[in-house]
Design a protein around this ligand. Structure first.
Ligand code: HEM
Ligand code: HEM
Length: 354
């Protein structure tokens, strides 16, 4: 089976050798990420992975500690005091039992699990719970937006005397058709980790294609509402971001299709394109979430300046829906960056525990 990760030294959890780890060079990723040098895999080939590098450094800097240890501080040019402290901690821990205070047991357990896969190391969470949360929040968001547009705003229509009904199709399609379907496409590798990779890829690309088409149709409905009501087009930040988002989404899809599906790039190209694909995909996804938030804000502001009670049930419902969408998006992003398993899955040995 062709792998999109190319010849990266991927090690399945089951292939992790038992006993004390032999690898003393467990941290090229951290070292190179921190010093902005290209990562090298075990064969010494350049193999810089922006998502992994970014995510390795972020938890380190945020938590003020490092769960992976560099063999020699001199190999790591870390510029912040927090990071230097963390590396010193790592060196001590290689040679002696370090008293961690009250949290010693918990940290030790964490370190046992630590590998160089960013999420397994830095976040210490698995994807599964976040996919469950995302599904529940997606269902809630879908129900809320339908209640708003159907119950409070009078329903949905593609042709109607009341042009507001045409507008109502816009938020419904943008949220349920575009954002929720796009999220499911992103999470597919984590929701069905045992699915055959080619099937998962096909589902990923089909769901993204449906999301893009429904999103484009939702935007068409907003334009139709404007044109039928004699309102100017593309005057707001929301609309500019909206056009930008759907265009980038389309570009991402075409690049993804050509690189990973048909005709499919050479393994080395796929290998280097994959982290950029995931990074750019998440960027476009977050942009879509931000655009939707602006849309809710804008519509509610229009309604409130038209007399809607600022503390009424409808205003509360719209704000609450937007909040649920934020939580939903956060769960999807964590599910995407967290690993399926919490073992070190990227071919690095686990940390020696003294
Ligand atoms: C990612 C999701 C979304 C995208 C890509 C998007 C995109 C767009 C675009 C391109 C327009 C311009 C139409 C025109 O100028 O004729 C527009 C209009 C509008 N959208 Fe959205 N939209 C999204 C979600 C939402 C949501 C969830 C709402 C909530 C109600 C909303 C509310 C509005 C409103 C009120 C307008 C008319 C005012 C304006 O042009 O800014 N949008 N949207
Ligand atoms: C707008 C469309 C797309 C977006 C936003 C997108 C986004 C993403 C994201 C965020 C990931 C990382 C998921 C994770 O790590 O769990 C990913 C992985 C991937 N995507 Fe896409 N994608 C898109 C289209 C495509 C297309 C058309 C293909 C063609 C087959 C494709 C192939 C892949 C592959 C092979 C992976 C790697 C899965 C793995 O970890 O093995 N994507 N995509």
């Amino acid at each position: 089976m062709r792998t999109d990760r190319g010849d990266l030294p991927v090690k399945s959890p089951s292939s992790t050798s038992p006993g004390p780890p032999k690898n003393t060079d467990a941290f090229p990723a951290l070292a190179s990420a921190a010093s902005h040098q290209p990562q090298r895999n075990r064969k010494g080939e350049k193999n810089w992975n922006p998502v992994r590098s970014l995510c390795q450094c972020l938890p380190l800097l945020i938590k003020g500690e490092v769960a992976v240890r560099a063999p020699h501080a001199s190999q790591v040019s870390l510029s912040t005091p927090v990071a230097r402290r963390a590396v010193r901690g790592g060196q001590r821990a290689r040679t002696a039992t370090v008293p961690y205070g009250r949290e010693r047991g918990r940290r030790k357990r964490e370190e046992e699990r630590a590998g160089c896969e960013m999420a397994a190391t830095g976040l210490g969470v698995k994807a599964a719970p976040f996919t469950y949360a995302a599904h529940a929040l997606a269902a809630a968001a879908a129900v809320l937006v339908l209640v708003w547009c159907v119950h409070f705003r009078g329903g949905l229509a593609l042709e109607a005397q009341n042009k507001n009904l045409i507008f109502n199709v816009h938020p419904v399609l943008m949220l349920i058709g575009y954002i929720i379907l796009g999220s499911e496409a992103i999470m597919i590798y984590k929701v069905f980790p045992k699915l055959n990779h080619d099937t998962a890829k096909l589902t990923h690309l089909i769901l993204h294609a449906i999301a893009t088409v429904l999103g484009a149709f939702g935007i068409y409905c907003a334009f139709k509402f404007h044109n039928d009501s004699g309102i100017a087009n593309l005057y707001s930040l929301h609309s500019w971001l909206g056009i930008g988002t759907i265009s980038l989404y389309g570009i991402q899809w075409v690049f993804g299709f050509v690189t990973f599906f048909f005709p499919g790039a050479a393994p080395s190209v796929r290998r280097s394109a994959l982290p950029w694909h995931a990074l750019f995909g998440l960027f476009v996804y977050v942009l879509a979430l931000a655009t939707a938030e602006l849309g809710f804000l804008e519509k509610l502001t229009f309604l409130e300046s038209g007399g809607l009670d600022k503390y009424g049930a409808e205003a509360f419902l719209v704000n609450f829906t937007a909040l649920v969408v934020v939580l939903f998006g956060a769960s999807v992003v964590v599910a995407a960056v967290a690993p399926v398993h919490d073992e070190a899955p990227q071919g690095y040995e686990s940390i020696p525990v003294s």
